[in-house]
Design a protein around this ligand. Structure first.
Ligand code: 4NP
Length: 150
């Protein structure tokens, strides 16, 4: 059983969306979770704009709760997808060995290999930022799901 963790900064905008989108493309044989590198939003629901854009595409993420990334996540998950370079640095900083580090991947590298493009943080922008993030994550998750199930 492959276990995938989605990571952003706050765990209320991008990574809960990524979690909901990937879950919608996989069976229950896979575990998908999300976390934030910061602890600002521990226990919080996703941002209402993330909930709204997910709902628009038929995905319910309203019951998710924010939590902070923890070093034990390196043991609990096989692949750790980060949304941007800052998340990458923060997660890799916590890795204990090469095996941990090798689990950490920039999610948009699934679409644009080796380019290290960021999923932009939509928190301080408008609703169109969330639509943009949704589309990026949907494209990446299509590829991730296809590779995991073939
Ligand atoms: P996320 O967005 O990392 O996609 O969840 C953010 C959410 C909250 C904050 C920053 C980014 N914040 O500063 O509170």
């Amino acid at each position: 059983m492959t276990k995938i963790l989605m990571v952003c900064l706050g765990n209320i905008c991008r990574s809960p969306l990524a979690e909901g989108i990937l879950k919608s493309k996989l069976s229950n044989a896979f575990i998908v979770d999300s976390a934030g590198t910061a602890n600002y939003h521990t226990g919080s629901s996703p941002d209402k704009r993330s909930i709204a854009v997910a709902r628009k595409y038929g995905i319910n993420i309203s019951n998710l709760k924010g939590r902070q990334f923890n070093v034990s996540d390196f043991d609990r998950f096989d692949i750790i997808y980060v949304m941007d370079e800052s998340n990458f640095k923060n997660v890799v900083k916590l890795s204990r060995n090469d095996k941990d580090t090798a689990k950490v991947k920039m999610i948009l590298n699934e679409v644009y290999p080796d380019q290290n493009y960021d999923v932009p943080d939509p928190y301080y922008g408008g609703d169109d930022g969330f639509e943009n993030v949704y589309r990026m994550l949907d494209e990446a998750c299509d590829i991730i799901a296809e590779n995991l199930t073939k």
